[in-house]
Design a protein around this ligand. Sequence first.
Ligand SMILES: [Mn+2]
Length: 433
Amino acid sequence: MLKEHIENDEIIRIISHNDADGISAAAVIANALKEENAQFHTTIVPRLKEDVINQLRHEQHDLFIFSDMGSSFVKELNTFKSDVIIADHHQVDGTEADSNLVHVNPHLFEIDGSKDLSGAGSAYLCVRDLDKKHFAYFALVGAFGDMQGQDGFNGVNKLILEDAKETNLEINEDLKIVSKASEPLFKSLAYTFTPPLPGISGDLEGSTAFLEKIGLSYGIKFTDLADEEKDVLTAELIKINPDIYGDCYLIPKEIPMLKDLEEYAYILDACGKNKKFGLALSIALGEREKALSTATELQRKYRDQIVKGLEWVKREGAVQLNSSQYLYSEDKVLKSVMGTIASIGLSVELIDSSKPVLGLSRLHNDIKISGRTTRDMVERGVDLGKALRDSSNNFGGQGGGHDIAAGAMIPYESKDNFLHLFDEMIEYQLNND
Ligand SMILES: [Mn+2]
């Protein structure tokens, strides 16, 4: 379907999600189209809603591509007069696609979209046959953005990894700490959230104390350490978390800042979290220098907000319900990183991992909710996507996502009732697995 529209020289309309995966998904498609000299127009949105879809319906395009979103709107998109491609990996609702619509989603093939394929991966599969294996690495950037590559790639991601290795990807064993060449060591360590370093991740004082204890200067950059100092650091960090040393996925031809795919994802994420979608896309489409220095500044600011958020979690803790827990604050900075600190808080053991956690942030008359849990809890029966969808629908809100990570939006006034219902649903899921 895509090829035909490219040959007809149309302007192809891309709509994608606003996180690192969604931006990578748009980047795969946009880069592929650019290389085919096709024209495209991209919009990045936080979530698909009826009004967005109805607006798009009136645009004069022959092909719409929805990436990292769209699977819960098959019914609406079936009614489009133009062609539609959905390249998503979120849970599906069972609606069959009409003949104008191509629906690419791992869940349709009983493949788990929360760990085996990202939105960018689905998008990559749509362009792969146009001889685009050299963009496979963007699918891996997206997978990192959705936390799918941190323990190695599985499922379809693994097949995509083979495409990337065949073309431009190299894998090296190394210390998996961030910003090795651009930040002083104590920040590199404190800003490393995956793999988590309990006592160090998100904790500038903890990180400084650790480096003092092992006799390394905290102000030096990792790349400026002597080899024997790197060895000492590696040995000490492995004691805290053995996963800190392992495979790094690198694009050798890229500039240092974007060489490591995981770090690439974090840059896109920082742009996305600051609503600089155009900036993120332009970097993914090849812009450097000024675009990158702006992005680095945003990343610094964003990381400081996360650190502030984690300090808050450490101080206050999560509010405990029977089978779940939540974080809530009306503080402007904390609100903006609530989902992220729920997720990192869980992994660095600041939050009890035996209960799913919700990060709640108020936006005017609504509350935005990000839910996170562990693989272990999913195996015990928890499905956050289902619980958040059902509990938010009950109060006129909407939600969904994956079993391990999901989101919702509810009216502010139903906050307490919603939390109560959600908690009961989790309890039910655990008792009826
Ligand atoms: Mn995604």
